[in-house]
Design a protein around this ligand. Structure first.
Ligand code: NAD
Length: 256
C-alpha cells in the first residue's frame, strides 16, 4: 500500500495522467493532480477522486512550459514521495515546415518540465531515503516516426534524463524509470476516430486496426488504467531495484 505517500502527477486532468492519479489513489497514496487550466471541474475532479478512494486529493494549477511554475508546483505541494512527469503535447509537421514555437513548447513541456520538477523534488526524497520518479515517455522515446521531430526528440531526451536521474540517486532509496506507452485510448485519441473513418472511408474497426494501430502488433489499444497500474508497480517494493530503465506498454510496437 502507498498509504502515507504523496504523489504529484503533472498534466493529470485527463488521459494517462488521470489514469495514473486514479491508480495511485486506489493504492492509498495522497495525490496532487495538475494541469494548465483552473476550472471548477478541475477541482471537482480532485474531490471526486478523494471521495472514491478515501485519500487526500488536491488540484494545483501550474503551466509545465514555465520553469518557475514547475518548481513552484513541487513546493506548493509540500514536496512529494512519488513524482510522475506526464504532461505532454504533440504537433505533427515536416521539419522544414515545423513552427519554431511548437518545437520550443514541445521541448519545454515534454522534456524540460521533468528536469525542473525532478530538481525540486529530489532533495526531499533524499532526506526521507525514499522516492519514486516515473517519466511518461513513449514508444517514440525508443523509435521514430516521420513528421514528429520535436516529440521524438523530446521523448528520447526524457529517456536519457531518466537514466541520469537513476545514476545520481542509485543506492539512496530513490528510483527513476520511464514508461513507454504505445497507442493508448485516451479521450484525445477517441476523438480522432470519426475523422480517421471519414478520411479513409473505413468503418471504426478497420480504421483502428489498419490505420491507428498499424504499428501496434497486438491491434489493441493500451488503456489509461494499465498505465496507472504500471506506475503503481514501479512504486512497489517489488521494483526497488528497477531503476534507470524503460518499461514498454505498447502491444509489441518496439519488438517489431
Ligand atoms: P492528454 O492530452 O489527455 O493529457 C495531457 C495532459 O497534459 C492533460 O492533462 C493536459 O491538460 C496536460 N497539459 C498539457 N499542456 C500542459 C501544460 N503546459 N502544463 C500543464 N499541463 C499540461 O494526452 P495523453 O494521451 O494522456 O498524454 C499524456 C502523456 O502520455 C503525454 O506525455 C504523452 O506524450 C504520453 N503518451 C501518450 C500516448 C497516447 O497514445 N495517448 C502514447 C505515448 C505517450
Amino acid at each position: 500500500s502507498l498509504k502515507g505517500r504523496t504523489a504529484i502527477v503533472t498534466g493529470s486532468n485527463s488521459g494517462i495522467g488521470l489514469g495514473a492519479a486514479e491508480e495511485l489513489a486506489r493504492a492509498g497514496a495522497d495525490v496532487v493532480i495538475n494541469s494548465i487550466t483552473d476550472r471548477p471541474e478541475d477541482h471537482a475532479l480532485a474531490e471526486k477522486l478523494a471521495a472514491a478512494h478515501g485519500v487526500s486529493v488536491r488540484y494545483l494549477q501550474a503551466d509545465m512550459s514555465k520553469p518557475d511554475e514547475c518548481r513552484a508546483l513541487i513546493e506548493r505541494a509540500g514536496g512529494c514521495d512519488i513524482l510522475v512527469n506526464n504532461a505532454g503535447i504533440q504537433h505533427v509537421a515536416a521539419i522544414e515546415a515545423f513552427p519554431t514555437e511548437k518545437w520550443d513548447a514541445i521541448l519545454a513541456i515534454n522534456l524540460s518540465s521533468a528536469f525542473h520538477t525532478t530538481a525540486a523534488a529530489l532533495p526531499g526524497m533524499r532526506e526521507k531515503g525514499w522516492g519514486r520518479i516515473v517519466n511518461i515517455a513513449s514508444a517514440h522515446g525508443l523509435t521514430a516516426s516521420p513528421y514528429k521531430s520535436a516529440y521524438v526528440a523530446a521523448k528520447h531526451g526524457l529517456v536519457g534524463f531518466t537514466k541520469v536521474t537513476a545514476l545520481e540517486t542509485a543506492g539512496q532509496g530513490v528510483t527513476c524509470n520511464a514508461i513507454c506507452p504505445g497507442y493508448v485510448l485516451t479521450p484525445l485519441v477517441e476523438a480522432q476516430i470519426p475523422d480517421q473513418m471519414k478520411a479513409h472511408g473505413m468503418d471504426r474497426e478497420t480504421v483502428i486496426r489498419e490505420v491507428m494501430l498499424d504499428r501496434q502488433p497486438s491491434k489493441q489499444f493500451a488503456t489509461t488504467s494499465q498505465m496507472g497500474g504500471t506506475v503503481v508497480f514501479l512504486c512497489s517494493a517489488h521494483a526497488d531495484q528497477i531503476t534507470g530503465t524503460t518499461i514498454s506498454v505498447d502491444g509489441g510496437w518496439t519488438a517489431l
